[in-house]
Structures are given as C-alpha cells and as structure tokens.
Write a protein that binds this ligand. Sequence first.
Ligand code: GBH
Length: 484
Amino acid sequence: MVKDVAPKAGLPADFLWGFATAAYQIEGGATADGRRPSIWDTFCKIPGKIADGSSGDVACDSYHRMAQDIDLLNKTGAKAYRFSISWSRVIPLGGRKDTVNKAGLQHYVKFVDDLLEAGIVPMVTLFHWDLPDELYKRYGGFMNKDEFVADFANYARVMFEALPKVKHWITFNEPFCSAVLGYSVGQFAPGHTSNRNKSPIGDSSTEPWIVGHNILIAHATAVKIYREEFKPNNGGEIGITLNGDWVEPWDPNDGQDRIACERKLEFSICWFGDPVYFGKYPDSMVKQLGDRLPKFTEEESALVKGSNDFYGMNHYCANYIRHRNGPADPNDFAGNVDILLEDKSGKSIGPITQSPWLRPHAPGFRKLMKWLSDRYGRPKIYVTENGTSVKGENDLPKEEILEDEFRVEYFRTYVQAMAEAVAEDGCDCRGYMAWSLMDNFEWAEGYETRFGVTYVDYENGQHRYPKKSALELKNIFDQYIGKV
Ligand code: GBH
C-alpha cells in the first residue's frame, strides 16, 4: 500500500490575484457623456429576454464610482483588477470612420491611472459581449467578417494608443458565448436562433460557426497590431479568454461517454483554442459540422496560429457527459452529447447554486488546467474568472448575505486545486481573478443572481458592502503564494 500524502500546493511569489468585472454588468451610465447603445442595451428592451425585466442602465453605477471601486479593491488586498471597456462609450457608433468620444475614452485613461496609483495592476478586456448596436444594424455585426474585423482592429488600436500603461490585454471574453448563446440558443444578445418561438431571425446550424470564425480573425488581427505597433515600446502581453468547464463521463464504464467528454471539451474550448495554438479547428468539429464550419484560408490560419501571449481561462464548474447515438442534430453545438448535472447513479457533480448550470466541483479545476497545459504545450495561464452564485442568496436579509460561507468554501477549494495544478502538475499559472468584485447585472438572469464578493444594495443607492468572501481571499492566497 502506498501511503497517502497530501498533494503539494503552491503559487509563484509574483502571482497576480484580484477580481474581475465587465463594463455592461457594472458601469450603468448608459447615456452618460455620449455613450450610445450596445446590442445588450437593445436586447434588454425586448420583453421576456431578461428574467426580472431589468437592464444595465444603472447597474452598480461604477461609471460614477471609480474611487469607491478602487477603495473596495484596496480593502480586499487585491493586486490586480480585470475590467472591460464599453466600446460604444469610446466610439459611440463603433465603426472605424465614426468619431472617438473623448469623454468616454478619458474615463478609462483616468481609471487606469487611479488604479496604478493605488498599486493595482489593470487587466483590460476589450470586448465583453457589448457590441455597439449601430454595427449590428449597419452590417450585421460579427456576421460580416471584413467590416467587423476592420472595426474591431480600429477600436483596439484606439485603446492600445490611449492606455500605454496597461500591460495585460484580453481581446475577447468567451467568444463561445457570443456565438452560441447569441446566435444558436438566442439567450444572449442579439438573440438569434432557429427557434421561431424565440426569434424571427437566425439559423442555429450555421451562424454560430461563422460568428466564432470572424471573432477569431478579429482577435488575431488585434494581436498582430499590438505586437507590431505597441508591444515593442509598451512591453505588455495580449491573449484571448475562453470559457471551459470540466467534464466527467455520465457512465464511467462506458467508453463512448469517455470519448464524448473529449469531444465536448473540443467543441467548447478547442473550437477557439486549437486555431490559436495550432492554426486549425479540431478534427471532431470538422467531422461533425462539415461545410458549415468555415475554413481558414492559409493566410488566416497563419494569422491566428500563435496569437496568444497567455491563455485566459474562465472556469466555474463541471458536468457529466453522456454520448448521444446517431447523427448529430444540425443545431447541435456541444459535440452530440448530453450535458448533465447527475451521473448514471444519480449522484450530483456538486452542490446546487442559484445558477442552473453551475455546480461547484473543485477537482475539475486542477484536471482541466492540466488538460489545457498538456494540449497547448504548457502555456502561461491567467485564470480570468472563477466564482459562484449561492442558492437563494438574493432572498436572504443583508446580514446573512454578508456571511457567504458557501462562496468562501468555493474559493478555498478552487484556489487549492489551482495551487496543486501548479505545484504538482507543473502548470504555468500566473494569475487569478475571482468573479466578481461585486454583485452585478447577470445578463439574462438580471439582478436576481448574485456573483459578487461584495453585496450591492440596488434599492438604496447602489451601496457596496463587502461579504466575508471579499476579505477571505487574501488569507487564502497568503497560504500559497511564494510556496513554489
Ligand atoms: C461568465 O460566463 C461571464 O464571462 C460573466 O460575464 C458572467 O457574469 C459569469 O460567467 C457568471 O455567469 O450549456 O453549452 O450552453 C459564464 C459562463 C458559459 C456559463 C456557458 C454557461 C453554458 C454552456 N457560461 N455556459 S452551454
């Protein structure tokens, strides 16, 4: 018998940790200083799309509370802050021939200066789902490759130029969600789907694949611009953030379920990851989707291949995967599998939360980090999101919300799993941003689902109250940092 030894766990001394947010989820100020609508402003106006009928019009009012948010970050001990830019605040109509809004741009220049002054490292996402609405109306947004790529490139250049002090750039957050939730399921803006009960327009069998392809080209174009025109002087780094949850077979004794797990990872993560690291789509996707999956021209493939200085990893949970028999439905986007929360014996993958898709399963974090590290040749990884909602949290009195032991336990176990991936498995993980700094607009779920380490009192002037988890993260990281 081998004696059980606790796994080694540690993180490098210069490990960057902090919190993440996104512009539309926290800023509010929807029409302040010349901002124009994004596709999310428009989507929120359609009755039935957002659970509580809300929008990001006011949200956490962060546009007017920069100093408060920085104070909050300081209270937590965070070393870094990941936030996103509202494209239609900076270029209200969005396009390369449209005017740049000085006031909108200046807001971010000042915010970056103030963060740095407070000793907090900014990590900036250029695109977290809020496409300028005008670009959608003008030419179909993501669906129009030439126009979209050129307009994104212009916007990216404007931001690189304006924020030379930013050293960590993320092009796109979770392109999977823009493509699948926006153009297949229809749950996110702009709400395209083949389901005619939900939308008069959309083709779930083709559009998500075109959108994903065009986002990859836009990402790689922005990276090329950064590397050629800005990196030599500014010395920063740039990458894309991909969502990805871990997978376990529904029936561990069924070889087909085990193969289905790999296929599910390929459809959700490698759809974007393989082009970025290998210049091509995974074989499983080519096989299932045939001509519906766009082909990279040689030039595109060369452009996209190698377009990451780091891998941005968003990770929340795990699922059980069951293979399906027979040919895949033309609208399938998961690799012809069922995504389940319970295995064959009825065991849940983890405890229930407020989010139907999210059940914590910390061992999956270590396994996925290792899986990614192996597949992509041990890239430098930043965890750009990780966090949880809490079942029924919104219905509790404030004093109880502030004692969010469930969230604290989530962070304890997930950070431990990450520290094991580094110390035991040799993963090159250099940073971690918890989702989220504060409760915010949780997209189609509105404000009922809270992901924050800070309670935001929406009824009473958007006041912020740190929960237990806000203050606990520093203690958690202190245990591991410098121990590897
Ligand atoms: C993140 O995405 C977002 O970046 C952030 O803005 C958001 O607030 C946060 O998480 C919390 O939700 O079953 O195939 O349809 C969430 C990750 C990825 C969760 C896709 C739901 C559904 C996959 N999402 N997933 S599928």
